[in-house]
Unconditional design. Sequence first.
Length: 454
Amino acid sequence: MPLNLPVRTRLTAVYVLTAAVLTAIGIVLFAATVDLGLDHRLDGQLRSRAVRLARVVSRDGPAAVHAMTPAHANLLIQLIDPSGKAAAGSPDLGGVTLLDAGQVKSARRGGGYRTVGNGPDYRLYATPAETAAGIWTVVVATPLDLQNDLTRRVTWWLSGAAAVTVLAGGWGAWLLAGAALRPVEQLRREVSGISETDPSTPVRVPGTGDEVAALAETMNALLARISAGLARQRQFVADASHEVRTPLTNLRTTLELAGAPGRTLPELREAVRHSEQETIRLGRLVDDLLVLAADDDQVPVDRMPGQPVLPLLHAAVTAARPVAAGKKVGLRVVADGSLAAPLHPGRIRQVLDNLVANALRHAPPGSEVVLSATADGDGLLIEVADEGPGFADGFAEHAFERFRRADTARSRTGGGSGLGLAVVRAVARAHGGEAAAANRPSGGALVGIRIPLG
């Protein structure tokens, strides 16, 4: 059956085909049962008549049989002499010998039923009768034309009735399939009418509580997830555009001022230095966005086995030392020099830079920021602790969300882009691990990642 046919048509066709096959099997079995029942009834009459006649032949001779032949209009009698020739019989047989030589020999060894004939068919019972002149064979037969005609008529009537029943059932199946699929078609029309830019409109859930209702509920859940994803995407694009616009605006303003007439050499050098800083800031922002895009696609990083961890911590401290010195904040590394793990050095360095930058942003003067790396069971734990005010109540669980800031009133320049910790979690997930943030009991924040060693 072609698979491109509508479901309603396929269901109806399957029903009609199945019903037709089962009905045909039923008709065949019924006709066979009727035949067997009629044969059983006839066999009883044939055997009873043949046994009585054989007794008469054995006692009184074959000549005594002719007087009994008209006893039953539907039963025909034939006597076969010891030589195998038909010696006497009912006139309706027209001189036809019902048994051939082989069948006669078989009948003389014991009585039995047979169906014979080529044209007019007969059901018969043949049994031996011993006389002084030899063994005669008594055959009692009945024509099967009436029985065959009855079976044929019953079969035709049943076939006609079955055809009407199957067609009526097929029409009913067509209507029933249409009624069953009507909610699915309605659901399809509602889904096709949903705007691709605003999939938040739910479809109607029928109150039937069946599979269609479950499909509608699943569809609504899918639409809700799609809508939420689009909302996050729009917000991400809007926030990213704002973040990119700020350094671009600063860079354009600086270059415009640098190109103004009468600028001195120190002023041009300052403009170049400022432009370099904005370019670096813009490059970091683009790198962060690429990492987050890879996280959305769940792209794993290529982990290099046996990478030493301590050099990465020292490199991050070295890069952050000028900023730390300007804020009068100390930096300290706590890690075993032999500690190594399968990781991507560039991505882990990006994590460390973001964690240290986040800690220095909130660390008060005279405090200390500690970078640590330890083996934690079957994982590597990298943490950065500061002595700042810590996270506000309820914020730690949202700290790794994109463009999430503890203080939304702070400027983006002072508060960062809001992507640093989101990148930390994305890199941790790309390594098969996870990120965590909490407040230290002694004060300050503790942020880190845990990645598997295997």
